[in-house]
Design a protein around this ligand. Sequence first.
Ligand SMILES: *Cc1c(COP(=O)(O)O)cnc(C)c1O
Length: 360
Amino acid sequence: MVRPTLARIDLGAIRHNVTAISEVIAPARFCAVVKADGYGHGDVPVASTALDAGADSVAVALVEEGARLREAGVSAPILLLSEPTPDSAGDVVKWDLTPTVYSEPFIDALAATGAPMGVHLKVDTGMHRVGADPSVISDLVARVRSRDGLWLDAIWSHFAVAEDDPEFTLRQLDILQTTAAGLGAEITRHIANTAGALLFPEARLDMCRVGLGLYGFHPSPETRDIVDLRPAMSLVTHVTHVRRLTAGARPSYGRIKPLEADATVVTVPVGYADGMTRALSKNGSALINGRRYPLAGTVTMDQVMVTVGDDDVAIGDEVVLLGRQGDEEITAYEWAEELGTIPHEIVCSKGPRVPRRYIS
Ligand SMILES: *Cc1c(COP(=O)(O)O)cnc(C)c1O
C-alpha cells in the first residue's frame, strides 16, 4: 500500500537541457552541478543522464555526496565546490574527488596523503563565501607546486549576481582573469554558473558549472531568448476524498476561506511535510483534469483541500501541484514568487516521504 504522492522526474528534460545549454556554451565544457541530491531530483540519475548527454564532469558540495556518486558507479571527474575539513583529505583521495583548495591547512592535508592529485584553486572575486583573497593566490600556488604529487589543474571563482548586475559580474570576471594571468602559464579557468554561462559569453572560459539550467529553470527572463529549457520535476498525486459543501463552509485549520457558493471540495494527500509549503494556503492552486483550481484552505501536514466548484471530480483523478497537466502549468517560478524565494529552493524542498519516479 503506497500513497499516490510522488515527484515525477523527467530525465528526457534533463537530457534536453544539457544538449541545449552545451550548444550555447561550446566550446566551453559542461560541468553538471548535482549537489543537494541533484537539487532534489536525485543525484545519481541526474549525473548519469547529464554525463550520457554530453556533460564532461559533475560537481558536488560535500565529500559524502561525491562518495555516493562513486559508489553508484559514476566514473567522470567529480569536483568538490568547497574545501571540506582537513581531516577529510583521506576520503577525497579514497573517492577520487577533485579537490577545490583555498587554505594552507587543507593543501597541507592533501599533500600529507602522498597521493598524486590535481587541485582547483578557488579565488574570492566578490561573492565572499569561500575562496582565497586574490592577494594570497601566488603564495597558495607556490605551496601547491612545492608539494610532491600536487599540481594546479585550474583556477576558478563564483558569481554573486550574474542574473542582474553586469557591472559587478564583469568586475568579478576581470579579477579572476588578472589573477590567472599572474600565474604565468595558460591555466584552466572557470567562473560561470547558469546565469553567467547564458548571459556572459566572455565568462564561459574553459568550463561552466551548470545547476539551475540543468533542471530546466531560467535564472532570469532574458535567458528565455537564449535557450529553451524544460523543467524536469513535477509534484503529482491523486484525489482521495470528495465532499459537497454548502456556501459559507470554511475547510481546514484556521477556517481562513469561506466558500462563496455551494461547491465540491476534494482532499489531496500532500502537505507541508512533503514540501507543499503552508505559505501557499492563501493563493496556491492545483491542477485536476487539465483545469486550475484554488486551494480550499490551510495546507496541513499531510493533506490539502481543493475547491472544484460544480465540476465532476472523482477519487483517483490525478492532481498536479507543481508541473504541467494538459494545457495548464504550475511552475516553480509561481511558487517562488508567492513564497519570496527562488526556484532552487522549491525543488530542493521536497520532503523525504515523497518518492521519485523517473520517466524518460
Ligand atoms: C550551486 C553552484 C553552482 C550552480 O549554480 P546555478 O545557479 O544553479 O547554475 C555553480 N557553482 C557553485 C560554486 C555553486 O555553489
